[in-house]
Design a protein around this ligand. Structure first.
Ligand SMILES: *Cc1c(COP(=O)(O)O)cnc(C)c1O
Length: 407
């Protein structure tokens, strides 16, 4: 009898009890709006921003409604608008090119390496004429940030980091989100902290953060923030910055504060699961693991591997055989977008671009969630199943065309 996995790949852990208690306190006093405070009271949202600024070492922090909102808000605060070219990763999630399109700017996609990071040589070639780089640390893979910043500084490109998958991670000891002019994070359910929806922006740039705060809908109540720039910065921008409301509320901030306190422990748990899977898959014929550079302190809330140059039929066969044994894999090579997974050629609001290197990587790229509700024993079982199925499909003589599609 072959083994079968029965866990759920989309089941997160419950909100910690301290977060539930804090949420109940907010619900009982009823002041959910972040500016609805009693005299002298610090709102949960303001306290959360202060704590997140400290966690990342940033001077300023703003909590907002979603990760996608954070990205768009920073682009607006950088005065990027219609017709401006903004570089970004060809391998990322839809909210990233979406944020660029939302301000009327043009997404320009940069190629992807086999390490799943942005191709810095291709970036250098495309930098001329672009205003900014919206750098996505997609699936937690961090490029050589020292080299990237040198290239972008030389080209006069502002770097905004999308840290949806790197909250708690670092490159060469510098926290992810602290290399460029601003870092953006998501606290949506499938990220490293869970408030259902939510986002964060960090930066040391006072003017940028004053604009972002007013954009997020602070009205003239910005003095109720604790991690915002000084009043002079707001004086410079308050009459000319529109309100594009997207605040975080006190209920979400209340459930996030205890999760932030626990984040380093959670990151270590993700990495322990990752290492079990990595060891369990090492040496599987036909499967290539993603090398992780020494300078990269990652947080592995998901796992990727490559099936280099496999025909599409064989990849589909693997997906359906793994699914039949309870292992849910996602494939970035599928022609049609499904669920959360889509590819640059489905983002047709952006001009169509030729990205042969990315297409080749994505054609063999398999992705799997690592929810913290899985134990190391669960992961060891998943590794055994994958090793068997990958080997079986890789070594089978079946022609790609003979294998029926998974769906
Ligand atoms: C989730 C995600 C975002 C933004 O997330 P929201 O759902 O808007 O909070 C941005 N970039 C990447 C790579 C993501 O996975």
């Amino acid at each position: 009898m072959s083994e079968r996995f029965t866990g759920s790949f989309t089941q997160q852990e419950p909100i910690p009890e301290a977060g539930i208690e804090a949420a109940l306190r907010v619900l009982r006093h009823g002041r959910l709006h972040r500016y609805n405070t009693t005299p002298g009271e610090a709102a949960e949202a303001a306290l959360f921003e202060e704590e997140f600024a400290e966690f990342t070492g940033a001077k300023y922090c703003l909590a907002v409604a979603s990760g996608g909102y954070a990205l768009g808000c920073v682009l607006r605060a950088l005065c990027i608008g219609p017709g401006d070219r903004v570089l970004t990763n060809a391998f990322t999630l839809a909210p990233v090119p979406g944020a660029i399109a939302a301000v009327g700017a043009v997404p320009v996609f940069v190629e992807t390496t086999e390490g799943l990071t942005i191709d810095i040589d291709d970036l250098a070639g495309k930098a001329a004429g672009a205003k900014a780089l919206l750098l996505s640390h997609m699936r937690g893979h961090i490029c050589d940030m020292d080299r990237l910043m040198a290239v972008c500084d030389a080209a006069g490109l502002k770097v905004v980091e999308d840290c949806a998958h790197t909250m708690g991670a670092a490159w060469n000891g510098v926290p992810s989100g602290r290399h460029g002019i601003a870092g953006c994070y998501s606290t949506q359910t499938y990220k490293h902290m869970n408030s259902g929806e939510g986002g964060l922006i960090v930066s040391d740039d006072a003017d940028l953060m004053a604009r972002a705060t007013i954009l997020s809908g602070s009205y003239m109540l910005y003095d109720r923030h604790r991690a915002a720039p000084p009043a002079e910065a707001f004086e410079r921008v308050k009459y000319v910055t529109p309100n594009v409301s997207g605040r975080m509320d006190n209920l979400r901030a209340a459930i996030l504060r205890p999760q932030l306190a626990d984040l380093p422990r959670q990151c270590a748990r993700w990495n322990a699961l990752y290492r079990v899977l990595e060891a369990g898959l090492a040496g599987t014929p036909g499967l290539r693991l993603i090398a992780r550079p020494v300078a990269e302190a990652y947080v592995a809330s998901s796992f990727q591997f490559l099936l280099p140059d496999w025909p599409a039929g064989k990849v589909r066969a693997l997906l359906s055989r793994a699914a039949a044994r309870g292992v849910e894999l996602k494939w970035f090579g599928a022609d049609e977008p499904t669920g959360f997974t889509s590819r640059h050629d489905s983002w047709r609001y952006a001009p169509s671009q030729n990205l042969p290197q990315t297409d080749r990587v994505l054609a063999g790229l398999i992705d799997m969630r690592l929810p913290l509700t899985f134990s190391e024993a669960d992961i060891a079982l998943i590794a055994r199943i994958l090793r068997e199925e990958v080997s079986a499909v890789f070594q089978s003589d079946a022609e790609a065309a003979d294998i029926p599609a998974a769906d």
